[in-house]
Design a protein around this ligand. Structure first.
Ligand code: SF4
Length: 118
């Protein structure tokens, strides 16, 4: 994953969409069995080109198919049905880890600064 993308608080649309691997795994019907268990079926969305794994109506998908969700960082954090190897889950995991490391570094620098004053 591109480190410059991980360092940014906000991504523009092009940067956000560049994270997706275009595997299309999220474009198959899913069954929620409850208790957090999701089963992916082999039934693709009717608008998925299963050869190229690209959406045939990508630019207008939300107008044509209202059930198609716009994937955002907040939504990805909220839903439990993205495939475990989805690039967005990997991105968020790496981003959270990086932010934790940065917070620890800032905290250590703050403590070092206070120590020097005494
Ligand atoms: S599962 Fe994730 S990486 Fe694959 S197409 Fe869907 S959003 Fe992109």
């Amino acid at each position: 994953m591109n480190n410059s993308i991980l360092e940014k608080d906000r991504l523009n649309t092009k940067e956000w969409e560049s994270i997706c691997r275009k595997c299309a795994k999220c474009c198959y019907e899913k069954i929620d069995l409850g208790c957090g268990e999701i089963v992916y079926t082999s039934e693709p969305c009717v608008y998925l080109d299963t050869v190229t794994r690209m959406c045939k109506i990508y630019e207008n998908r939300h107008e044509i198919e209202p059930d198609c969700l716009k994937l955002t960082e907040d939504l990805i954090r909220e839903i439990n049905w993205m495939p475990p190897d989805c690039a967005y889950l990997e991105y968020l995991s790496q981003k959270d880890t990086l932010q934790t490391v940065r917070a620890i570094e800032r905290s250590k620098r703050g403590k070092q600064g206070k120590t020097r004053r005494f």
